[in-house]
Design a protein around this ligand. Sequence first.
Ligand code: HEC
Length: 136
Amino acid sequence: MSRFALNGAVAMICALLLTAVSARADEFTKDDLKKWDTAFQSVMKEGEKLFHSGTLGKNSVSCDMCHPHASNTHPETYPKFQKQIGKVVGLRDMINWCIQNPQEGTPLLADDPRMFALEAYIHWERRGVKLEPGKH
Ligand code: HEC
């Protein structure tokens, strides 16, 4: 088999495998959906608690004092250039900026469950808003 034919055959097999996998992935049961929604809601509620708690920094200031109901957090505009940080950053970088500055705390690691919880809550409050990455 020529090199081209072989590459073509490999690409075809990969495409077939991908189709098979994605077709299978679409078959959710109602129980699956319920389980996943319950899992999401519990992480989001944890984020809501943290957002109102004043436990993320060292000065007891809570996120909702400046962002009631996650107002002015604009998660739909990330990633975008943030002048405080001087480059294009993600939502979690601004969450950490506020933990470090107004709250005088230690930034959360990207895989900290509290970071996922805060992101889940902030996105939930802005659900349905059109995505506009990069917008100011
Ligand atoms: C003392 C007031 C204050 C507190 C408390 C505070 N923030 Fe902020 N937050 C700001 C200010 C000021 C900005 C900068 C606005 C700008 O220039 O984009 C900001 C920006 C943000 C942004 C980016 C907003 C945008 O438009 O892109 C996010 C996200 C955010 N804060 C989340 C949080 C979270 C989460 C907490 C709690 C951990 C928190 N903030 C606590 C004042 C505060």
